[in-house]
Design a protein around this ligand. Sequence first.
Ligand SMILES: [Zn+2]
Length: 455
Amino acid sequence: MSRTDLWFASLLLPEGWADDVRLTVIEGRVASVTQGTAAVPTDERHEIGLPGLPNLHSHAFQRGMAGLTERRGPSEDSFWTWREAMYRFVDRMEPDDVEAIAAQAFLEMLEGGFTRVGEFHYLHHAPTGAAYDDIAELAGRIAAAASATGIALTLLPVFYAHAGFGGQPAAPGQRRFVNDVERYGRLIEASRRAVSSLPDAVLGIAPHSLRAATPAEITTILPLAAGGPIHIHIAEQTKEVDDCLAWSGRRPVELLLDRLPVDGRWCLVHATHVTEAELDGMVARRAVAGLCPITEANLGDGLFPARRFLDGDGRFGVGSDSNVLIDAAEELRILEYGQRLVLRSRNALASPAVPSTGRRLFDGALLGGSQALGVAGGLAVGAPADLVSLKADDTTLVCRRHDQWLDAWVFAGGRAQVDCVWRAGRKLVAAGRHLEREAIGRRYRQTLARVLQEA
Ligand SMILES: [Zn+2]
């Protein structure tokens, strides 16, 4: 029986901050939490402890493109010109490459304060478009990368069938993503096997978007979720809203809520361009808004009306999406700053009940992100011991306490203040560095050199 006793001067528990806390971890789970107790020599001592945050939306392979699409092209650059560059990158990747890049992305997530990732996995087939002998070959590579880094995985294999609204045939650049309903069923079955040996893994489904999957197809694949999460990209771009209106007379979120049984298992990723009625509908259905503030800013998507959504008790989580930069605190910071810039006010996402903006963002992202990834989240007895400690003596955090640590971490710091990270009680990051950083980084460098050389 494996047992670890961690002692924290302060630890953020589901009921709030507690001081002088011993967290006993047995077989990877929180076995007991004792508050107001002095450390003993057998305790591993730390100052500031937080539950690990869920990263609810990632396309791991896109980590390899970070910084390569920041040059002006011949025409106006947009999400759509970025997507063309992404398709060219996709064309060159072999299974080993997918695994190496995903491992680097997952390692950086752990170092950045995330302990679980929702991988919205749409790269399924060989470069020719043919299925691999094992249809879940690449899902297996994502699982292998999760295993190598230790991050918890919610795998969301993507259903992708069309190039645009109304069932348009997929484009050549999309051939590695595409399945019909029957083959998708086999992919889900094989993906379930691929994650079966990963501790605490969750499998869900992900109709890519209303562009790539029709409402009728989504209805057909829903039973494959088998109680797990259901994620969909929606209303990320104004062009998508316009195309949806032209095709159906309704906006994407409006159409989704009308036609499909959206409930608390659903995560609406981006939902950037929404009306007040659509926001109210999302709240009423208890769906999570999957916000990806760094990527949405990088791609020029627009701004989700987060203040109105949170004031209405909407649930949200954050995701690193394109992985152009991986940092849990910075996702929360950009989320708040977007609202400040538009509303021309400060502390836009704090509330009368939770006046600390850092705390409100952290609590919200923990709760909503966990819901979206199909887990409980937080350091309750019986939960996996997924936690993060911060460097209390870092100049950014010094002379602060409790919620002020979160405010300082989110607004004045970031990944540099992450000290240790545990997943299921296993310490994976110490002094801000993942234990496998050298080996995983070496393989990533070699992979990228080869993949980009083939350009
Ligand atoms: Zn995405």
